[in-house]
Design a protein around this ligand. Structure first.
Ligand SMILES: Cc1ncc(COP(=O)(O)O)c(C=O)c1O
Length: 418
């Protein structure tokens, strides 16, 4: 099987480095998430579960644009709804009726939603959620999970990151995941000053295994929040609609006060949402938060059509089942070559790691070998499965996985084998 080359990607990257800070910034940046020589940087086009890079290589995409692609690139139900709305208007003076329809839909499908508010990016709504928590309680402190990611504003980033001041972090308290006593200790340490608790439905650190909630974790966190009048915020931006159409809190059986949604809502159209409980509706109405494009109607029409379709086919279940099929087979193939492939998180957004080499170099190499053959896997971030990944995609991926293990086995010999 010939492996891919990326000369046009690399040439574009060289040009980009001259005019764009870092060439490519953020999570699309090659370092530190992928070894640059093994990955394409620029996409020429995309369709269904696949994308084609500027060198003409085709990839079965297991990063799904880092989450937004959920029903396949260019999915007809989304594109038709978007095109119909575009003919009527997109960014206009005055909101479009579809905004009300989308809010009604979210209130309909999500038990934790009595109202909905729309923005563009995930961080727009995690920030709004925190402002609402502070205004509703008259308190300052926000409790979050060590290693949790909620966006790039100063309070969300880890202390010490470039451009983050001590003042940004002054009211943020970080505790370990799954540590209820640590939350109790914070409530004791700052009596009457904790405004909100924010966390993802399960923990998804980069460069580390995903961690599910321990038995009773969310129940206990919810009870503590209610007892101490702390606003419970779930950041469902990455997990949302990949576990359950009713929200990931429904999957885990608890009821947050505020839920942040984004990536899978509109199959790639730019929209995020904050949904919340009745008690916080008037606070949400008085906290000023808006943006130049937050009323764009095309992404709202795309989101509405997409969520309806996802509900019709129970897309989260489709993705969970397909993901499990793929991952179980991959684990078996790995075992045949003497490697252990550890899968954490749910099968629709798994974190996968070869455990034989703790430095993660072997794992990084293996992901690169898969990518060079057409199954796009990144080594240190969770992957995403979409409802557009077909049986044929899975079959082809398993052939690639086998070839890639053969390649790393040839390279490393019996080193690292169990
Ligand atoms: C869990 C989580 N929260 C918040 C964000 C921030 O979203 P955005 O990059 O759209 O601002 C992300 C983005 O990856 C995320 O995964």
């Amino acid at each position: 099987m010939a492996t891919y080359r990326y000369s046009k990607s690399q040439e574009l990257f060289r040009r980009a480095a001259g005019v764009i800070p870092g060439g490519i910034y953020g999570h699309f940046s090659p370092a530190p998430l992928v070894p640059p020589s093994a990955y394409p940087f620029y996409t020429a086009r995309a369709e269904g579960s696949r994308f084609w890079d500027v060198d003409g290589n085709v990839f079965i995409d297991y990063m799904c644009a880092y989450g937004p692609m959920v029903m396949g690139y260019g999915a007809a139900h989304v594109e038709e709804a978007a095109a119909a709305q575009r003919r009527l208007g997109d960014s206009t003076t005055g909101a479009a009726p579809v905004m009300v329809e989308l809010a009604e839909l979210l209130v309909d499908i999500m038990p934790a939603a009595d109202w909905a508010f729309f923005a563009k990016n995930g961080a727009d709504v995690t920030n709004f959620a925190v402002m609402i928590a502070r205004d509703a309680t008259g308190r300052d402190k926000i409790v979050m999970i060590d290693g949790g990611y909620h966006g790039t504003a100063g309070w969300m980033q880890a202390p010490g990151h470039h451009g983050v001041s001590e003042e940004d972090q002054r009211h943020v308290v970080r505790i370990p995941w799954n540590d209820v006593p640590a939350f109790e200790a914070v409530l004791d340490q700052y009596p009457g000053d904790v405004a909100g608790f924010i966390a993802t439905p399960y923990h998804i650190p980069t460069f580390a295994d995903s961690q599910m909630p321990a038995d009773g974790y969310w129940e206990k966190i919810q009870a503590l929040c209610r007892r101490h009048n702390v606003v419970l915020i779930v950041d469902d931006i990455r997990h949302g609609f990949r576990l359950d159409m009713a929200g990931s809190s429904a999957y885990f059986g608890f009821t947050p006060d505020l839920t942040c949604l984004c990536k899978a809502m509109a199959n790639g159209y730019p929209i995020s949402a904050l949904v919340g409980c009745e008690a916080l509706k008037s606070t949400a109405a008085r906290v000023f938060h808006t943006g130049s494009y937050w009323f764009q109607a095309v992404p709202m029409a795309a989101a509405r059509a997409n969520l309806v379709k996802m509900g019709e086919i129970n897309a989260p279940q489709v993705m969970l089942t397909r993901g499990a099929l793929l991952l179980d087979a991959m684990v078996n193939i790995a075992r045949g070559y003497g490697y252990e492939l550890k899968v954490t998180g749910v099968p629709s957004m798994p974190y996968v790691r070869i455990t034989n080499d703790e430095s993660l170099m072997l794992h990084q190499d293996w992901c690169a070998e898969c990518t060079r053959r057409g199954a796009y896997f990144t080594p240190h971030h969770n992957w995403f499965i979409s409802a557009a990944h077909t049986d044929a995609d899975i079959q082809r991926t398993l052939e690639i996985v086998d070839e890639a293990f053969k390649a790393v086995r040839a390279k490393y010999g019996s080193a690292f084998q169990s």
